[in-house]
Design a protein around this ligand. Structure first.
Ligand code: SF4
Length: 276
């Protein structure tokens, strides 16, 4: 069943049911026909909405208004995001907005889900233990942190219930509200490859809620830019097995290949039994 037909079916079915209920006696055959449509609708629930691709941000109704000059620069975008108050509950709880940082002309961009407590305090993405591991991954790829660009889908730390510490996952609605800012950042950096870190970041960026085992290791796309999904470094801190580290490394090898970077035999063998 095509996506268009699926959407049309879900949009019109409630209306058809109302019409049928309003006609007395019900037209012959309509009950059976509606029953069949209901079964088809149940068997084909609507798919989650994916971002349009490719899209110029000027056409995107979700985009923040461009500055008076008509074009964002990284400095004007940063200024606007730091002053953003679209989510009052996060404005109340945040220490500061975590805009993102790195090379504004990077070929490679990492996208996480949201700042945690450390990032909220320091104003930089990926500075806690998971961030330190991300730095090691970046260096194993042959880069320095300053070579690449790092940002989150959500720019403000998700608030925690009073008296609770730790971090919580951002909600889909929160990420959808903030996504236009990330879209503008990506539009400015124009990376050749985006690496999405973890299922939550992938949901925020691509609207795809598939499990990680189905997402990682293959190329997806955000408005025409190739996206490789891999596990969040925090997952690797919890699961330190060679096989999980190797999965992330295989995703990074694919990213390096896409970037046209030379890969040494030593790099190819990282996290295999031969290299251990
Ligand atoms: S999370 Fe994003 S959209 Fe919400 S207030 Fe912070 S910067 Fe603005």
């Amino acid at each position: 069943m095509s996506d268009t037909f699926q959407q049309a079916l879900h949009a019109t079915l409630p209306m058809l049911q109302k019409i049928q209920q309003g006609i007395k006696p019900a037209p012959k055959g309509s009950t059976a026909a509606l029953k069949k449509l209901c079964e088809a609708a149940r068997a084909n629930p609507p798919k989650p909405r994916m971002p349009r691709s490719p899209t110029t941000l000027a056409e995107d109704p979700g985009s923040p208004p461009a500055p008076a000059s008509g074009k964002w620069t990284m400095a004007s975008l940063r200024k606007a995001v730091l002053a953003c108050e679209k989510c009052p509950h996060l404005v109340r709880s945040r220490t500061q907005v975590v805009f993102g940082l790195g090379n504004p002309e990077a070929d490679l961009m990492f996208v996480g889900e949201a700042p945690g407590a450390d990032e909220d305090e320091q104003g930089e993405p990926f500075v806690g233990k998971a961030g330190q591991l991300l730095t090691k991954i970046i260096q194993a790829m042959g880069f320095e942190r300053s070579d690449i660009y790092i940002a989150n889908v959500l720019k403000c730390r998700p608030d925690m219930p009073a008296g609770e510490s730790g971090n919580r996952k951002p909600k889909p609605a929160e990420m959808a509200t903030c996504l236009p800012w990330l879209g503008e950042q990506i539009e400015l950096v124009r990376p050749k490859v985006i690496v999405a870190l973890g299922a939550t970041a992938t949901e925020g960026l691509l609207g795809d809620t598939s499990p990680m085992r189905d997402l990682r290791g293959r190329w997806l796309e955000f408005r025409g830019t190739p996206v490789m999904v891999t596990y969040h470094p925090a997952y690797l801190l919890r699961n330190q097995s060679l096989s999980e580290k190797r999965k992330v490394w295989e995703d990074m090898l694919l990213a390096l290949e896409k970037l046209g970077k030379r890969i040494t035999p030593k790099q190819r063998a990282f996290f295999t039994k031969a290299a251990a």
